[in-house]
Design a protein around this ligand. Structure first.
Ligand SMILES: Nc1ncnc2c1ncn2[C@@H]1O[C@H](COP(=O)(O)OP(=O)(O)OP(=O)(O)O)[C@@H](O)[C@H]1O
Ligand SMILES: [Mg+2]
Length: 175
């Protein structure tokens, strides 16, 4: 794994809900969309193929985004318009946090602070230093007991509210 792409320790998250297959992860994302109000920052942790993009595809579906949602691996930022605006970021290929202004991150953070958009960030390591004390939700995808299972763990600063905790609770409505 490239430098700067270390994953958080799963032990620092409570146990989470297990999805069975990409459809389940997308369904979880769609349900999460129903909890968004605008202004949220979602940090999506997990290794290659963990399902982060799949989750965002579901999130966008839940917001009635009609455009095709594709991985921002090379573009770094893709923006979608639905009931809320979603900026989908992927910093796996970002070489240095110094490049964040080049991809427009300060303006994106201003939009989020004004409640006008949601950020969903894959490989968020380079962003952490500029988030300061901004509230954020963090998801971690952990390999599940079967090849197509992913356990989705949630934490946040401040702590996620009851609706978010219920959605990600172990054994929550099968996805
Ligand atoms: N439960 C699951 N949830 C999500 N994806 C799953 C699941 N089971 C299998 N998969 C497969 O894992 C892959 C997830 O791909 P995805 O692009 O969403 O991962 P990613 O975390 O965004 O990876 P990357 O870091 O490369 O961007 C897909 O090929 C999908 O079919
Ligand atoms: Mg991805």
């Amino acid at each position: 794994m490239a430098a700067g792409h270390e994953l958080p320790d799963p032990a620092d998250f409570p146990a989470g809900v297990v999805t069975a297959g990409p459809g389940g992860t997308a369904a979880l994302g769609a349900r999460a969309a129903g909890l968004l109000r605008g202004g949220e920052i979602l940090l999506l942790h997990g290794g290659l193929g963990a399902g982060k993009t799949c989750f965002v595809q579901g999130l966008c579906r839940g917001l009635d985004v009609t455009a095709e949602v594709v991985s921002p691996t090379f573009t770094l930022v893709n923006t979608y318009e639905g009931h809320l605006r979603v900026h989908h970021l992927d910093f796996y290929r970002l070489e240095s946090p110094d490049q964040l202004p080049d991809v427009g991150v300060p303006d994106l953070l201003d939009e989020v602070a004004d409640g006008l958009a949601v950020l969903a960030v894959e490989w968020p390591g380079p962003l952490l230093g500029v988030l300061g004390a901004l509230p954020r939700l963090e998801l971690l995808s952990v390999p599940g007991p079967r090849a197509d299972a992913r356990e989705w763990r949630l934490r946040g600063r401040p702590g996620p509210d009851a609706a978010w905790r219920a959605l990600f609770a172990p054994g929550a409505a099968a996805c």
